[in-house]
Design a protein around this ligand. Structure first.
Ligand code: ZN
Ligand code: ZN
Ligand code: ZN
Ligand code: ZN
Ligand code: ZN
Ligand code: ZN
Length: 421
């Protein structure tokens, strides 16, 4: 029995060595240790039946050790030893059963797409039963849509459909701050699995999810924390709050989706948060630069617009924000990144590229000064013909744009019927 602690470390090595350490690579001395512990651990458990160690006997032994673990005091040394015994027994059973044969690689269930995990070394928790997944001993699955992880034995108990389907169909955030209705309205049951709960933890603890405002049992709510979109939008508050597992998965999947139209949800935010005004200006400029890039071969070859590929919506509009955008605005990260991109873009158009430079404007109102671009500061752009002027010149002459009539004259002469001869 004094071998047991050594097995403990050996076992945790196996679990954490990122898959490189396999059973085959265990040294001879460790094998001997294992074999000797079999004699000590398994045989007495079989209560005298010294027969062949077949699957039935092992299963019986596993059940007995399980009972022993339940009977022993929590966290006691003896209980820990028994857990190690259980692990060894299951390991042996796994070898005999070769479970890779009888478990399918893909299982579709309530719109989840569960793939069987190959990794033996990770130590994670099952999203269904919230106990540990022993990669070495147990078959487990991950949903490729929502990253729900669970034991193969727990698959059948999953009640909630894949959150990914909700993301694609609905694509909205709850924008009321913690819309609580009360435990009584939930019938004193977990909002997800319907297990009875109460705030006095009888029969089991009720945990509030700050995103849905509902209460959950400790299996469905692990005290994960997340930034809550409603708190950001209404209070510019980025403090992470406790959420249930389901909300956690949903918020993670929605994180980078540009679904927040700030100026509609809370237009006042721009009055209070300076950084937002700065970002809006940068985004507007980038949209003004975009036409240069999509007509410039060099810019296409340099893949300049791809610098924004992580935030594709910045190339499309200047009003939609993702939750990640807002978090990055609050930390200052977005301002840094966007200013850098803005500088690179402006440098291409105004300095590096002759083709783009040639598309600059001379202010036709004063006919003086440098070549102007629509994204330069202190300029104004004609809404109709996109000509660029000094802002001061434009406001002094706000009645007419000199370019518009010229353009329409040219258009008229072009569309005039030509003599067939
Ligand atoms: Zn489980
Ligand atoms: Zn899923
Ligand atoms: Zn529950
Ligand atoms: Zn160019
Ligand atoms: Zn001017
Ligand atoms: Zn004009």
């Amino acid at each position: 029995t004094e071998d047991v602690p050594r097995h403990c470390t050996w076992f945790s090595e196996l679990q954490t060595a990122s898959g490189e350490l396999h059973l085959e690579t265990i040294s001879i001395s460790k094998c001997l240790l294992l074999v000797s512990s079999w004699v000590i651990i398994v045989f007495p458990l079989l209560q005298g039946s010294f027969g062949v160690l077949d699957i039935e006997n092992l299963k019986r032994a596993i059940e007995e050790v399980k009972q022993v673990i339940l009977d022993l005091p929590e966290q006691s040394e003896k209980q820990k030893d028994a857990v190690v015994k259980l692990i060894h027994l299951r390991l042996k059973l796994q070898e005999l059963k070769d479970p890779d044969e009888d478990e399918p690689n893909i299982q579709i269930l309530l719109e989840h797409r569960f793939y069987k995990e190959k990794s033996k070394s990770v130590k994670q928790f099952c999203d269904k039963c919230s106990t540990i997944i022993w990669g070495l001993l147990q078959t487990w699955y991950t949903c490729t849509g929502c990253y729900y992880r669970c034991h193969s034995k727990c698959l059948n108990q999953i009640a909630k459909p894949c959150v990914r389907s909700k993301v694609s169909h609905q694509s909205e955030f709850e924008l009321n701050i913690c819309p609580e209705v009360g435990l009584d309205r939930q019938d004193y049951r977990c909002a997800e699995c319907r297990q009875p709960i109460s705030l006095r933890a009888v029969p089991s603890e009720a945990r509030k999810c700050d995103y849905t405002g509902q209460y959950y049992c400790s299996n469905c709510h692990w005290n994960d924390v997340a930034v809550i979109p409603a708190r950001v939008i209404h209070n510019w508050d980025f403090e992470a709050c406790k959420v249930c597992r389901y909300s956690m998965r949903y918020l993670t999947l929605m994180m980078s989706r540009p679904v927040l139209k700030l100026k509609e949800i809370n237009p006042f935010l721009f009055n209070y948060v300076e950084e937002l005004v700065e970002i809006r200006k940068l985004r507007q400029d980038i949209l003004l630069m975009k036409p240069y890039f999509i007509t410039c071969k060099e810019a296409m070859e340099a893949r300049l617009l791809l610098q924004l590929q992580d935030r594709q919506h910045f190339v499309e509009n200047d009003e939609m924000y993702s939750l990640q955008d807002l978090i990055d605005i609050a930390t200052g990260r977005l301002s840094c990144a966007l200013t850098e991109i803005h500088t690179t873009f402006a440098k291409h158009i105004k300095l590096d590229c002759e083709r783009c430079q040639a598309k600059g404007f001379v202010c036709e109102l004063c006919k003086e000064g440098d070549v102007l671009f629509p994204f330069d500061s202190h300029t104004s752009v004609c809404q109709d013909c996109s000509a660029v002027f000094h802002r001061d010149c434009y406001y002094d002459n706000s009645t007419t744009c000199p370019r518009c009539p010229r353009l329409s004259m040219r258009k008229q002469s072009q569309s005039a019927p030509t003599n067939p001869d």
